[in-house]
Write a protein that binds this ligand. Structure first.
Ligand SMILES: *[C@@H]1O[C@H](CO)[C@@H](O)[C@H](O)[C@H]1NC(C)=O
Ligand SMILES: *[C@@H]1O[C@H](CO)[C@@H](O)[C@H](O)[C@H]1NC(C)=O
Ligand SMILES: *[C@@H]1O[C@H](CO)[C@@H](O)[C@H](O)[C@H]1NC(C)=O
Ligand SMILES: *[C@@H]1O[C@H](CO)[C@@H](O)[C@H](O)[C@H]1NC(C)=O
Ligand SMILES: *[C@@H]1O[C@H](CO)[C@@H](O)[C@H](O)[C@H]1NC(C)=O
Ligand SMILES: *[C@@H]1O[C@H](CO)[C@@H](O)[C@H](O)[C@H]1NC(C)=O
Ligand SMILES: *[C@@H]1O[C@H](CO)[C@@H](O)[C@H](O)[C@H]1NC(C)=O
Ligand SMILES: *[C@@H]1O[C@H](CO)[C@@H](O)[C@H](O)[C@H]1NC(C)=O
Ligand SMILES: *[C@@H]1O[C@H](CO)[C@@H](O)[C@H](O)[C@H]1NC(C)=O
Length: 886
């Protein structure tokens, strides 16, 4: 679609035509339009407004229809020749079926644009074929699915056909278009076509634009496809499922080509062999995620001969070279250079001087660049609006010229080895800055109070550095949406001005030395989704805010919070994760906990909680990690515990990776760019929060490594150890078949080990040690194929220990010690005995007549460690798709 814009933009002839036409209209316009055209347009108006819309106000009965919005008449005949009804119908009015008969009186109609009208189909689709003079037809952005209407194939005058963003899925129906020999632009982007590309498209020899991107075409790219398409200017196959090796040289003959996009298929694009000479001078090149020159890692050599490039995307390949400084030198109109996620290495040298003031976007993140950042980066690219150098090995300080980039909106220096203090006024010139990310470096000094001069700043991420001093209250004069200063050496209290941040979504202050109480004003942060204050010296009560209804993640662990769990919490019904472990919280686990129905993670470890585990906890259907260990909880374990699924609940939105393609931005005009800025800020809001959790370790002894990253998606566990729980282990426990880890050690559980535990088929760690369990160990437990940590030590168990088969062959005496009546290997005590045991434990369901052995050894109880790491990860989803739906 942008190509169309572009073609118009670049063709001076079209301006002339507009001028010429304007003049003609002035002379002949007063003739007015034909009555039959007018009346059918009025019918069309009422159809598009059906049942009660109010669009097309200018279309009034008395007026000359040539002056109506969207209507253009011929200067010579006065007949309607163009009809542009894009985005006219209010989508709330629902589906729309266009009565094609209404268009038939418009006999000279050449251009019909109906984009974005919730059009679901046509009344008498066949009549479309009668619009014989049609040269341009735009039916994109609609709601109509299935095959391309065959009647379109009869419109032999068609030059421009836009069917993008529909739900078309019948690839066969594309063949109907192959008769349209005059076609110059064919946009089939963003549909659901699959299978092979119909080869007959190669007959469309006048084609200048062919956009097949964002479909599900698959197979190899047929080499013969472009053989006849020597007029092609723009060609996109991006975002499909093409596969196999593709030699770029097969496009060498497309001498007029200006734009080429092959990004994000499953292709392996080879640019060097067989050798070829490019006949084209490209403006746009998209080869992201193309396994480009997979075996050599070299930059395509044809690029050496290009001097007109404006947008280049080589991201997500394995290119392994020094920075292609010549690309900047040769292409003085370059606007976008995306080298993200390759293996570029060495120093990042920029030209000393450049006449290129167009550079807007430079992304060299996720490579192996080292040494210092170029001192002149800001002077060289004064109009840059995005600069991302994160995830490299840059050292030294941030170059002062950064302040020269007055248009900069997004600056990401995170994940490098940058050091030194940041000069007070470094960013003062960057007054457009919306995103500033300096996380994971070794930066020092104070947090600049001058950052408050950046009134557009929305996301400030300074986490994981060596910043010291206090939080400057002036920072809260900027209406931040995300603030991350976690994992530094910040001291002092949380300033009460924090209440000014009424748009704040994410607040990350963890891992500092912040003390005092959380100020009352904190409760004004009603948009907060993500809160991490963990590992500070905060004291006083847990903030009791009735209006934090959006809060999803609340991490207050490892502080000195006291008092009980506030009842206000019951209103935070969006909570997904609640962690107050390692504090001094007293009182009972409130029964209102059941109101937090989205809760997946509940960590209350090491507090002074007392009383029973409320049965209401069983209503937390989505719970997957429950840690109540090291408290003083008593009473029985509710048998309704089997209500909990502890299954593979998938954290919504979390951990999804966005594909970044920047290629669209520069073709937008200013107002589109503004919208775009909004789109990306919204998408950040929606995703920051979830993306902030990058790693949650749920460590059960011996399986530390298996759970890094993405763990919340599938890790499930219960730790109730070190309490005063009594009664029997409920049989229902065995129904938690998704459970990976269960720790009931150091309690006063009595009775037998339920044989139902054999159903915990996913269990990897089972610790029942230090209780008062009796009876035999169910031999069925050997069916637990994933068990790697097992202990029943220090109980009153008796009889034969499970056979040393499968996982049980790995458990040693220490798993059983402290049970004098157990026998059989690996214990030293054999079970051979002449008399069967008389003191068999009550309710022993086991059939074996086991004998008794005793053995003492050492036991290492399994344990759980929860560690929530937070990193401010901001990104934008500049997906073209998002833009299409603007
Ligand atoms: C379509 O429009 C024509 C011409 O106005 C009219 O005669 C016909 O009844 C319409 N069809 C429907 C189904 O409304
Ligand atoms: C681009 O730069 C390279 C290296 O400086 C040079 O060899 C080549 O001739 C230049 N190409 C153009 C088209 O300027
Ligand atoms: C980097 O690119 C490779 C393909 O070359 C892709 O598989 C991987 O997911 C990318 N990594 C990131 C972080 O985008
Ligand atoms: C920049 O432009 C000036 C004059 O137009 C020219 O003399 C100079 O060589 C150019 N510099 C570069 C690096 O292209
Ligand atoms: C930046 O803010 C500081 C105080 O925070 C102020 O003294 C200074 O004048 C401001 N600079 C500009 C350029 O506005
Ligand atoms: C912050 O804003 C308040 C009022 O909105 C103002 O009084 C104060 O001076 C501002 N502080 C800074 C450092 O700009
Ligand atoms: C939220 O509640 C706090 C007190 O609990 C109050 O000060 C604040 O004004 C409330 N905010 C909103 C937006 O209702
Ligand atoms: C639990 O998770 C599912 C899946 O994410 C979600 O649809 C549901 O609303 C959540 N809450 C409850 C109470 O089931
Ligand atoms: C910068 O690039 C990194 C890695 O490629 C990405 O994760 C991050 O989101 C980008 N930052 C911004 C602000 O877009």
């Amino acid at each position: 679609m942008r190509f169309i814009l572009l073609l118009m933009e670049r063709s001076p002839a079209s301006y002339l035509w507009v001028l010429f036409f304007a003049f003609q209209f002035w002379t002949y316009g007063c003739l007015g339009c034909l009555e039959k055209e007018k009346s059918s347009l009025l019918e069309l108006k009422s159809s598009i407004n059906h049942p009660n819309g109010t669009s097309l106000l200018s279309w009034r009965v008395g007026a000359d229809c040539c002056s109506w919005k969207g209507v253009t008449c011929s200067s010579t005949t006065g007949r309607v020749i163009e009809l542009d009804l894009s985005k006219t119908r209010d989508f709330e009015l629902g589906d729309w079926y266009l009565n094609v008969s209404l268009l038939l009186p418009l006999e000279e109609l050449r251009s019909l644009k109906l984009r974005d009208n919730w059009l679901s189909g046509f009344i008498d689709e066949g009549e479309l074929a009668m619009l014989r003079n049609l040269e341009e037809l735009a039916l994109g952005g609609l709601n109509f699915k299935g095959p391309i209407p065959p009647a379109i194939g009869s419109l032999t005058s068609l030059k421009i056909l836009d069917l993008s963003s529909n739900g078309h899925n019948d690839s066969q129906s594309i063949q109907g278009l192959c008769k349209l020999k005059n076609l110059q632009e064919l946009d089939l982007c963003c549909n659901e076509f699959d299978g092979m590309i119909p080869l007959c498209l190669s007959n469309l020899t006048n084609l200048q634009l062919l956009d097949l991107s964002y479909n599900q075409f698959s197979g190899k790219i047929p080499a013969s496809l472009t053989a006849g398409l020597s007029s092609l200017l723009y060609f996109s196959l991006a975002y499909n499922r093409f596969s196999g090796l593709f030699a770029l040289g097969s496009f060498a003959h497309l001498s007029k080509l200006k734009g080429l996009e092959l990004s994000n298929n499953d292709l392996e694009v080879e640019t060097e062999y067989p050798p070829w000479n490019s006949a084209f001078q490209l403006k746009f090149l998209g080869l992201s995620n193309c396994k480009l020159n997979r075996w050599t890692g070299t930059i395509p050599s044809f690029l050496y001969y290009q001097y007109d490039l404006t947008e280049v995307d080589l991201s997500h390949n394995h290119l392994s070279e020094a920075f292609p400084i010549w690309l900047l030198e040769n292409n003085t109109r370059l606007e976008i250079l995306n080298l993200r996620n390759n293996s570029f290495f060495g120093t990042f040298n920029l030209p000393l001087h450049s006449n290129n003031t167009n550079m807007m976007l430079l992304d060299i993140s996720n490579n192996h660049f080292s040494e210092k950042l170029p001192f002149n980066i800001g002077t060289l690219f004064p109009n840059l609006y995005l600069l991302n150098v994160s995830r490299n090995f840059f050292q030294g300080s941030i170059p002062p010229s950064v302040g020269d980039m007055t248009s900069l909106e997004s600056l990401d220096f995170s994940h490098n080895n940058l050091s030194g203090e940041i000069p007070d006024n470094l960013f003062d010139g960057c007054f457009s800055l919306r995103i500033l990310k300096l996380t994971n470096n070794s930066l020092q000094g104070k947090i600049l109070s001058t950052l408050s001069n950046l009134t557009h700043l929305r996301y400030l991420c300074l986490g994981s550095n060596h910043f010291m001093g206090t939080i400057p209250p002036s920072l809260f004069n900027v209406s931040l949406r995300g603030l991350n200063i976690g994992d530094n050496q910040i001291s002092g209290t949380i300033p009460s001005q924090i209440g000014h941040l009424s748009d704040l979504n994410a607040l990350i202050l963890n891992g500092n030395h912040i003390d005092g109480e959380v100020p009352l004003e904190f409760c004004q942060l009603t948009k907060l989704h993500f809160l991490d204050l963990a590992a500070n010296n905060l004291s006083g009560p847990i903030p009791s805010c009735f209006n934090l209804t959006n809060l999803e993640y609340m991490h207050l662990e490892k502080n000195a919070f006291s008092g009980s769990i506030p009842s206000a919490l019951s209103r935070s019904s969006s909570l997904i994760s609640f962690n107050i472990a390692y504090n001094n919280i007293i009182g009972a686990i409130p029964s209102f906990i059941s109101k937090l129905s989205e809760l997946r993670i509940l960590l209350l470890r090491r507090n002074n909680l007392q009383g029973y585990i409320p049965v209401e906890i069983c209503q937390l259907k989505n719970l997957s990690l429950l840690d109540l260990s090291y408290n003083r909880l008593s009473g029985q374990l509710p048998s309704c515990i089997n209500n909990l699924i502890f299954g593979r609940a998938v954290l919504h939105n979390a951990f999804h990776i966005s594909q970044t393609s920047y290629l669209t931005i520069p073709t937008m005009n200013i107002s589109q760019r503004e919208n775009y800025a909004m789109v990306y800020s919204y998408s950040i809001i929606d995703s920051t929060v979830a993306d902030d959790i990058t790693e949650v370790e749920f460590i059960t002894k011996s399986i530390v490594n298996s759970y890094r990253g993405g763990i919340l998606n599938y890790m499930t566990g219960i730790d109730l150890s070190s309490n005063q729980l009594t009664g029997e282990i409920p049989l229902e426990m065995g129904q938690l078949s998704g459970l990976h880890s269960l720790n009931l050690s150091y309690n006063q559980f009595t009775g037998p080990i339920p044989v139902t535990l054999k159903n915990l088929s996913q269990i990897e760690s089972l610790d029942l040690s230090y209780n008062r369990l009796n009876g035999t160990i169910p031999s069925e437990l050997t069916e637990l194929n994933y068990l790697s940590v097992f202990s029943v030590a220090h109980n009153n168990l008796s009889g034969r220990v499970p056979d040393m088969k499968s996982q049980f062959s790995t458990f040693t005496e220490s798993s059983y010690e402290g049970n004098p009546l157990l026998c059989g290997p690996p214990l030293n005590k054999s079970c051979i005995s002449t008399s069967p045991i008389s003191e068999a434990p009550e309710e022993d369901e086991n059939e074996d007549d086991d004998n008794i052995v005793s053995f003492y050894g050492s036991l290492v109880g399994s344990y759980l460690v929860f560690l929530i790491g937070t990193i401010c990860v901001l990104y934008f989803t500049s997906q073209r798709r998002a833009m299409y739906f603007l």
